[in-house]
Ligand binder design. Structure first.
Ligand code: SF4
Length: 334
């Protein structure tokens, strides 16, 4: 680990000011906000992250979960994953989010990891975490060792010549299906970004993963009111039953009225370079009678643009089966 300055922000404005004035021309290289530290500290020990300055935001008043006047929920950026998963508002109205959170990491990690940190969780690509290997995300222009190396766990949707790394978060997949908004405070004021626009595809610049600018601080996330009559579910498939990242996962929210799907939201995890909203699957489901035929068609449409690598072709069928099974479970009467 390299030397860095550590300071504690006394309020949100202070954090944003320090973040905005300390960065260099290189995207976000100088300042990192520290809350739970479950990603950042690991990567600093590996010399993958080398911030010149770390700003502790863990004591800022961003730790509340509250109902909004619109009927949704506001989740503070420093809310712990365990607290969010077990909150009555979330368990009752947004079970897909609770299930996704509880499927991730370990109990100890969920007690530390925060909502804002989970949004910014970095890839588990082994080459990204090994500074001896070429990696365009860690060292732009150095190449991508995963293209010709170990790529069994990498993405098959949204990949580019520069990077094929999958997004590892479970929470983000549920937030994608729930159409959450990410609220940001930066040097130029506050703004809100739909989560589907928050994450960037790797393209030629895989080092840039979100729309955040240097100094931008995630303050909270909002969820819209739950879909009337909707049922939701998160299904995660992985190499072992716990403490493992998804090979494929599906977050589904479905409303059935008079024997037809009137509303469907579908997001996939473990297969995309970002949490993957599938509007193709949603279109295939909407208006259809729930059942195997519609679910198979939705799954085929969701993976139609898949670009498997040398070792992860199995993910195409795995993700399709995952989605079909999730849709079957969520539409089966209790
Ligand atoms: Fe780096 Fe992305 Fe290639 Fe992994 S897949 S080595 S993160 S560029």
């Amino acid at each position: 680990m390299e030397l860095f300055q550590l300071s504690r922000a006394s309020n949100v404005e202070d954090a944003v000011r320090v973040g905005a004035t300390s960065h260099t021309a290189q995207q976000g290289a100088e300042v990192r906000f520290l809350a739970g530290g479950t990603t950042l500290l690991d990567l600093m020990k590996l010399n993958v992250e080398k911030p010149g300055r770390v700003v502790d935001i863990s004591r800022l008043p961003l730790g509340a979960i509250e109902a909004t006047a619109a009927g949704g929920v506001e989740i503070g950026a420093t809310v712990r994953n365990a607290d969010l998963a077990n909150h009555p508002l979330i368990r009752g109205a947004y079970p897909v989010l609770s299930q996704a959170l509880l499927s991730g990491a370990s109990a100890q990690l969920r007690n530390m990891a925060t909502t804002g940190g989970n949004l910014l969780q970095r890839t588990r690509c082994v080459y990204f975490r090994d500074t001896a290997m070429p990696c365009n995300k860690r060292n732009p222009g150095s190449g991508c060792a995963a293209k010709t190396g170990f790529n069994r766990t990498q993405a098959i949707l949204g990949v580019s010549d520069a990077c094929i790394a999958s997004n590892p978060s479970d929470m983000n997949v549920a937030l994608m299906a729930l159409e959450a908004s990410v609220h940001i405070q930066g040097a130029r004021g506050e703004r809100s970004v739909p989560i589907d626009e928050f994450f960037l595809l790797p393209g030629d610049t895989p080092e840039r993963e979100t729309v955040l600018e240097p100094g931008d601080l995630i303050t909270h996330v909002t969820l819209p009111p739950p879909a009337p009559g909707g049922r939701s579910l998160y299904l995660k498939l992985r190499d072992r039953a716990s403490y493992e990242f998804a090979l494929a996962s599906a977050a589904v929210i479905v409303t059935v009225v008079d024997g037809k799907v009137s509303h469907a939201r579908v997001a996939l995890g473990g297969v995309g370079t970002k949490p993957w909203r599938s509007r193709e699957a949603e279109a295939a489901l909407t208006g259809a009678a729930p059942g195997s035929e519609a679910f198979q068609r939705a799954a085929a449409d969701a993976l139609a643009d898949a670009q498997p690598q040398s070792e992860n072709g199995f993910k195409v069928e795995l993700a399709q089966r995952c989605l079909v099974h999730a849709l079957t479970l969520v539409t089966t009467p209790a």
